[in-house]
Write a protein that binds this ligand. Sequence first.
Ligand SMILES: Cc1ncc(COP(=O)(O)O)c(C=O)c1O
Length: 412
Amino acid sequence: MLDKKLNLITKKISTDYEELFSEVITNIKLEGRYREFSDIARISHKPQIAYDFKRNKEITLWCINDYLGMGVKENVIKAAIKATEEMGVGAGGTRNICGSHTKLKALENELASLHNKDSALVFTSGYVSNEASITALVKIIPDCVIFSDSENHASIIEGIKKSGAKKVIFKHHDLEDLEEKLKHVDINCPKLIIFESVYSMDGSISNIRALCDLADKYHAMTYVDEVHAVGLYGKTGGGISEVQDVRDRLTIIEGTLAKGFGTMGGYITGSKNLIDCIRSISSGFIFTTSLSPAIAAAATESIRYLKTHNLERVKLFENASKVKHLLKTSGIEFIDHGSHMIPIIIGDPVLCKKISDTLIDKYSIFIQHINYPTVARGQERLRITPTPGHTDSMIEQLVFALTETFKENGIL
Ligand SMILES: Cc1ncc(COP(=O)(O)O)c(C=O)c1O
């Protein structure tokens, strides 16, 4: 993910490595995109609160990806503890060597049923599942041409790059552009269309049915990343493909266990043969230690719970509506595609960081500033993620703090 400037520096012929590293960091700092990590601890009995060790105070989390609070839910914690007591902490090996434990088998069964597919395969993260599956698919079908939405996640981009497949980028959500590009490839050539169901940086939602129609017309496979949708959307938490009733039309549904399900790990689901192929040849699946029994058991509990309980989803969307309503009445502009994400464009990396710092220092509100390379330069933003556990007074405090901070900085 190095930009041109950084590449220039690394191309310098020098063996003073420390100086090279230091120059790169200086440049990143000059651009206002040096990443400072927080030092926080979530408090399991107060789902929206964490203790900030840098500032020695409690803060309210408004950018957490544990969208439904499942990571601190009692039944999920208990499942992790029980599995650890029964089976120990580590998986003990790769899937091939001792690491295919019974909690993973249960998890894969649960995921296959969630997405109405024959089989599922669990990876160590959503990132790995994208990178490793896309690379493996192209190993299986070397002539496959990949059509990728221009706003796809880094893990998809890296997977495509690593696969060496011919790639065609289509404009974000633009079905006409995609069709125009599909037309130019031989109908008999294998093709794969990759897109996300909910784009986390703008909160937009794909028309999966229309994408599947195009895929059928041009004989393409489909790959949907449901990372920001699983658990949250659909009657049983099966994501946007469940809402749009198109699970059966998709070749691969990919997801994470780390966001809506509150734990960790990633997965793909698909036909028996497809999953068997990827299981057999994917390097990123084969050559790494599998998820621990605790994580697998916790994820299974979380998925099972969300299949039959709607409360968290209902509360999340109620809270998202409340935040949006208050922002509107306060005159704060945000992007609204009807999803749970609430992005506010600031458009300047230094100002974005300054606002984020003020919010946490002065108001104990944590909203991470999102700068390049996560978003394009000039598109720097704050991205608010409401959760079911945010109270009305937390929401009022959030909008008050944003209003005051924006006024102080002359953007309201
Ligand atoms: C669209 C998308 N896909 C995949 C991932 C990676 O998922 P994980 O955090 O489980 O590695 C992310 C992470 O934020 C993402 O936004």
